[in-house]
Design a protein around this ligand. Structure first.
Ligand code: HEC
Ligand code: HEC
Ligand code: HEC
Length: 219
């Protein structure tokens, strides 16, 4: 289940665009905080994900920089460790928390959806998927309208986009009317079902599982 890495030197700047998207989400929902941490099923602990390269961390000029030193205040706490997935652009602890607020809001969940609160370090299946979405799925795609995808472009406030429990007809509809319709490959080629599922629906080649795999468009 661990993510093995085959592509060295992922372009960090591409992730920079999604950083601005995160920032936009954050500015919209700046009021959404830890209060969102309601009840959710226990995340399943799992093996830690493998390393992926760090992403660039530009900051939007019109938002206060959470890592800037404020006059008369103590310096923002430095990062306790570095990250390679969802939290890759964090430069200080306050920024880590604002990224987490944005992620929770984009998925419409509380912190405990992914974390075994209060042990935020424990690896869980959902943390692994979140890191995979940030470091594998998003860099492989481009929004047709321009720019890189953010979590909210697919999730729009819902974690289980494909239905809870997952419903096949709905999954097919969402994949057809959203994923393939709204996105293209990072070089601008159209997406096909087989770009991610290795075969077309109804063929023996069709693989249901995409998350945590390398079954992604490569051009
Ligand atoms: C969609 C899943 C998800 C949600 C929801 C989420 N997180 Fe995270 N969180 C992650 C991932 C992934 C990491 C990075 C872990 C890594 O790369 O090792 C992380 C890292 C962290 C860390 C650093 C842990 C460490 O290993 O140093 C803290 C603290 C944290 N999150 C707090 C929060 C808080 C507070 C919330 C709610 C506002 C929250 N998270 C919501 C997925 C999530
Ligand atoms: C291009 C579309 C797309 C983008 C962008 C995207 N996701 Fe997802 N994500 C999906 C799909 C599809 C699923 C499967 C949903 C389901 O099972 O209903 C999913 C599932 C997940 C899950 C597992 C939820 C569960 O309970 O099983 C997590 C966690 C997650 N995404 C986090 C993220 C985060 C964090 C981001 C932004 C860094 C992100 N996603 C961006 C499409 C996307
Ligand atoms: C950019 C990658 C991508 C493309 C292109 C794509 N999908 Fe998906 N699809 C996903 C992801 C991610 C999931 C969630 C799978 C998982 O949890 O591993 C998923 C899940 C599904 C599922 C649910 C599978 C199951 O039973 O669990 C169906 C059905 C599906 N897709 C059909 C399609 C069809 C039909 C197309 C073409 C119109 C398509 N997909 C195009 C990424 C993609």
């Amino acid at each position: 289940m661990a993510i093995s890495r085959t592509e060295p030197g992922r372009p960090g700047l591409m992730y920079g665009r999604s950083v601005r998207l995160f920032a936009r989400v954050r500015s919209l929902f700046v009021a959404a905080t830890l209060a969102a941490c309601g009840a959710a099923p226990e995340p399943r602990p799992s093996a830690p994900a493998a390393e992926s390269p760090p992403a660039a961390a530009p900051q939007r000029a019109d938002l206060p920089d959470p890592c800037a030193q404020q006059p008369g205040k103590p310096a923002p706490a430095p990062l306790e460790r570095s990250y390679t997935g969802v939290a890759a652009r964090a430069r200080c602890q306050p920024e880590l928390y604002s990224i987490m607020d944005g992620v929770a809001h984009s998925l419409g969940v509380g912190c405990d959806y992914c974390h075994l609160v209060p042990d935020f370090r424990a690896m869980t299946q959902r943390k692994q998927v979140a890191n995979w979405m940030a470091s594998e799925l998003i860099p492989a795609l481009h929004k047709k309208g321009g720019g890189q995808a953010g979590c909210g472009d697919c999730h729009a406030g819902v974690a289980k986009i494909l239905g809870e429990p997952r419903k096949e007809p709905f999954a097919i509809e969402w994949m057809t009317t959203h994923l393939v319709e709204d996105f293209e490959t990072k070089r601008g080629s159209p997406l096909h079902c087989k770009s991610c599922h290795l075969g077309n629906l109804g063929t023996p080649e069709f693989q249901r599982k995409v998350s945590l795999t390398h079954h992604l468009p490569t051009d």
